[in-house]
Ligand binder design. Structure first.
Ligand code: DER
Length: 250
């Protein structure tokens, strides 16, 4: 109850602070916290939301938008230079620099495309997600979306990089065998030692990475489609001029 009420409070505050009535294009992330974001948006009523269009990040997000009777559209309908005004999404962990681990809900690939298509990206996360280093609170590993046939080779690369027992995410209890994403891919969860912040002193130990160095390395592994590390270096600032998440709500 405490966690759910904190998710809901964070979501309503984030919408109050960052959904301006003048906005027309809004990205909607995935997971359980974003359910409250959509509830808060719908609560604004048709006088506000009728002029808005909502862009999903996967099947769950699409269903949320439809269930709330909000106007649904897909980002392939945008012109290449078009941007969303804001995208709201959850996270599995948020560090002091607002770098995120995302992908607990296996929706990270489309989430990152939508997040980087937005001028503003607002992360909504309950207090459990706040951490001074990524990997301290979220211990299941960095979610990585991979081409299924390449998964064994990616696992080998991850072990060589110091990942601790990386695993292909199972579909159980819903599905025997590997979980399959909205994009027909698999997810590998790769636990690393807590990630260093640029401000950390001293040499990195074996298998210890900074967010940016790890992100730059992971994305290059053949067979990796996208990674569940959101930081300024892999897209949020470069692709669309969007800054790091403008705010994280706990
Ligand atoms: O998959 C994701 O990145 C989601 O945003 C998700 O991990 C956040 O999940 P939660 O809001 O259910 O904690």
């Amino acid at each position: 109850a405490l966690v759910e009420s904190s998710k809901r409070a964070a979501a309503f505050q984030a919408v109050a602070d960052h959904l301006l009535p003048s906005y027309t294009r809004i990205g909607v992330g995935s997971g359980s916290t974003v359910v409250y974001v959509v509830e808060a948006i719908a609560a604004l009523g048709p006088s506000v939301t009728d002029s808005m269009t909502f862009y999903p990040t996967g099947a769950q997000s699409e269903a949320l938008i439809e269930a709330a009777n909000l106007r649904l559209q897909y980002i392939n309908k945008l012109a290449p230079a078009d941007q969303l005004d804001v995208a709201f999404d959850g996270a599995d962990e948020v560090d002091a620099d607002l770098n995120l681990i995302k992908g607990g809900g296996a929706c990270l690939w489309q989430e990152k495309v939508v997040a980087t298509a937005a001028r503003n990206f607002v992360c909504v996360a309950d207090f459990r997600k706040l951490s001074d280093r990524l990997g301290k609170a979220w211990k299941k590993g960095i979610p990585i979306e991979v081409l299924p046939i390449a998964a064994p080779r990616v696992l080998g690369e991850l072990r060589a990089m110091g990942a601790r027992d990386p695993q292909i995410r199972s579909g159980l209890p819903g599905k025997a065998g590997a979980l399959v994403t909205d994009n027909g891919m698999w997810i590998i969860d790769a636990p690393f030692a807590p990630l260093r912040l640029p401000s950390d002193e001293g040499e990195a130990a074996e298998g210890e990475w900074t967010v940016d160095a790890l992100a730059d390395r992971l994305i290059k592994i053949p067979g990796v489609a996208e990674i569940g590390l959101f930081s300024g270096k892999n897209g949020l600032e470069v692709a669309s001029g969007a800054q790091k998440p403008v705010a994280a709500y706990f």
